[in-house]
Write a protein that binds this ligand. Structure first.
Ligand code: FMN
Length: 217
C-alpha cells in the first residue's frame, strides 16, 4: 500500500509540509501491521502547467482516454498516483485560494477522470481515500466570515466525485516568517502570532496525525 502527501507549498519544512508529514506519520501508525509506504511530493520541485484543454482525455477512442496526455514533469507522478491507496493534499492559502501550483496539479489529476456524462461519473482506476489540509494566516473566525469555506467546498466536491469525500482540517493563524521583526507585518503582531503558534500548532500537528490515522481506516 502507498499513501502520498502532495505539498502545495513552496516551503518544504514550514506549516503545510510539517502537517503533511504528521498526517503521514498517522497513516503509518494506523497501518502498523500492514506494509505501508508513504511519500511526500513537493509540487514546487517540478515544472508543469495546468490543463491545456487538449481534450485527449475525453476523445472517444483516444489512447489517452481518461488520462492526461500533457508531457511534462508530472506525467509520471500522475501515473503513480492513479495506483495510490490514499492521497493527502496540503496547501497554504494564497489570495483566498489554494496555491496556483496545487490548483494546476488538481486540474491535471482530476479533470481526465471526470466524465462528461449526465452523472459526471469518475474514471479513476481506484476510489481512494483523500484528505485536505489547509494552512493560512486568517483566524478560524475570519476564514469563515470571508467565505473561504465555499472555495474549499468546491475543491472537496471534485475530490469526492472522483475519489472519496476528503477528510479536512484547517490550520489557522499560522506563523509565516522566521523573524517578524524583519518584515512589514503590522496586521499580524508577532507576540500574538508567537503565542498562538506555541499553543495551537502542536494541537494542529496532533489533529493532522489523527487525520492520517483515520484516512485508511
Ligand atoms: C502569496 C501569498 C498569499 C497569501 N494569501 C493569504 C490569504 O489570502 N489568506 C491567508 O489566510 N493567508 C495568506 N497567506 C499566508 C499563508 O497562507 C500562510 O502563511 C501559510 O500557512 C503558509 O504555509 P507554508 O508555511 O506551508 O508555506 C499568503 C501567503 C503568501 C506567500
Amino acid at each position: 500500500m502507498k499513501v502520498y502527501a502532495i505539498n502545495g507549498s513552496p516551503r518544504k519544512n514550514k506549516n503545510t509540509a510539517t502537517l503533511l508529514q504528521k498526517a503521514l506519520d498517522g497513516v503509518k501508525e494506523s497501518a502498523k501491521d500492514k506494509k505501508i509506504e508513504t511519500e511526500i511530493i513537493n509540487l514546487y520541485d517540478f515544472i508543469y502547467t495546468g490543463c491545456k484543454s487538449c481534450f485527449a482525455c475525453k476523445r472517444i477512442g483516444s489512447k489517452s482516454y481518461g488520462k492526461c496526455a500533457v508531457k511534462d514533469d508530472i506525467r509520471e507522478i500522475l501515473e503513480k498516483l492513479s495506483q495510490a491507496d490514499g492521497l493527502i493534499f496540503g496547501s497554504p492559502i494564497y489570495l483566498s485560494n489554494i496555491s496556483g501550483q496545487l490548483q494546476s496539479f488538481l486540474e491535471r489529476l482530476l479533470y481526465p477522470y471526470l466524465v462528461y456524462d449526465n452523472n459526471h461519473s469518475s474514471l479513476a482506476p481506484k476510489k481512494m481515500p483523500t484528505a485536505f489540509i489547509y494552512t493560512m494566516n486568517e483566524t478560524e473566525e475570519l476564514m469563515k466570515k470571508r467565505g473561504y469555506l465555499s472555495t474549499f467546498n468546491k475543491i472537496e466536491f471534485y475530490l469526492e466525485k472522483i475519489f472519496i469525500k476528503p477528510l479536512v482540517m484547517y490550520s489557522n493563524n499560522t506563523y509565516q516568517f522566521d523573524d517578524y521583526s524583519k518584515y512589514e507585518a503590522e496586521c499580524f503582531p508577532e507576540e500574538e502570532k508567537a503565542a498562538h503558534r506555541k499553543l495551537q500548532f502542536p494541537l494542529d500537528c496532533q489533529r493532522a496525525f489523527e487525520l492520517g490515522v483515520n484516512l485508511i481506516k
